[in-house]
Design a binder for this molecule. Sequence first.
Ligand SMILES: NC(=O)c1ccc[n+]([C@@H]2O[C@H](COP(=O)([O-])OP(=O)(O)OC[C@H]3O[C@@H](n4cnc5c(N)ncnc54)[C@H](O)[C@@H]3O)[C@@H](O)[C@H]2O)c1
Length: 315
Amino acid sequence: MAENSVRSVAVVGAGLVGLGWAIVFSRAGLPVTIYDASMEARAAALGRLSASLGDMKAAGLLDNVAELLGRMRVVETLAEAVADADYVQESVFERVNTKTEIANAIGPLLKTGAVVGSSSSGIPASAFIEHATNRERFLIVHPVNPPHLIPLVELVPAPWTDAAIVPAARRFMNMVGQVPIVVNREVEGFILNRLQGALLNEAWALFEEGYASVEDIDLTVSHGLGFRWCFMGPFETIDLNAPGGVADYARRLGPLYHSIAKARSNPKPWNEDLAGRVEAERRQKLAIDQLPERSAWRDRRLMALLRHKNTQSDT
Ligand SMILES: NC(=O)c1ccc[n+]([C@@H]2O[C@H](COP(=O)([O-])OP(=O)(O)OC[C@H]3O[C@@H](n4cnc5c(N)ncnc54)[C@H](O)[C@@H]3O)[C@@H](O)[C@H]2O)c1
């Protein structure tokens, strides 16, 4: 797959993530066929896409809604979706059996040279592509939700992925406006969810041990750590936090972090009682029926942030 030879894309699975991907590819000027096994999802797809594009237009992120919609086509069969696609983005349920079935179904339908990226959040490709036809052309292309507003994608090859596919997928993702990173070999949770997991596990533990409320732990990120994290990562952050750079920081604060890590050598599961206490605090702050409204608010904040980042040349 040479990135400039991708003339058509298929999106398989038209849920939250699949529809976000459809916007990414259409925004880059590519025709997109969209397939979902559920008739309801197929019927709802264009309406949901239209609503998302409308929100993006209102946020000043695009102005050609009709043009983008015009490049998207919802089709009735997997074969119709995949037949002409040079790149297929699979975004079906995160279950090994569903991923295996769809990989086995897509494999024989691929046109010569076509590549399949799976949106899998943590299941490595080797768990579901082993018996797929053309398995050397599958890899993980894991986005962050929603992919049309958060550009990072993780590329994770399986042991059987053709070595040339990863750099080609990287160039293709750059071409469609995403920011790809490469995970050199399979690891549970890849990079993003391992980093997120480290923070989440500590947040749950600190709450369980009574050190702070859910709200105050959230504020520590939303008004503290997160400020820097939307334009620099943890290594660059500490490189700037000691006069002599990252090695100086490691000398000064390495022992503290080592001591903290040793104290957490016996991690606990997020048990029901604990989840109930976190839930109770969150529900006081936000009623369950207000979750969709708050998600829409989050997306509007992300759109404003994306618009700001699009104006910066140095991030
Ligand atoms: N939601 C997130 O935050 C997020 C972030 C990154 C990656 N992902 C990953 O993206 C994938 C999709 O997640 P989602 O959140 O969009 O889920 P979702 O439930 O919103 O959508 C999944 C869609 O796949 C369809 N589907 C199921 N089996 C199918 C099949 N055999 N053929 C065609 N369509 C089929 C379903 O009908 C559904 O519409 C998962 O692997 C998930 O882990 C999700």
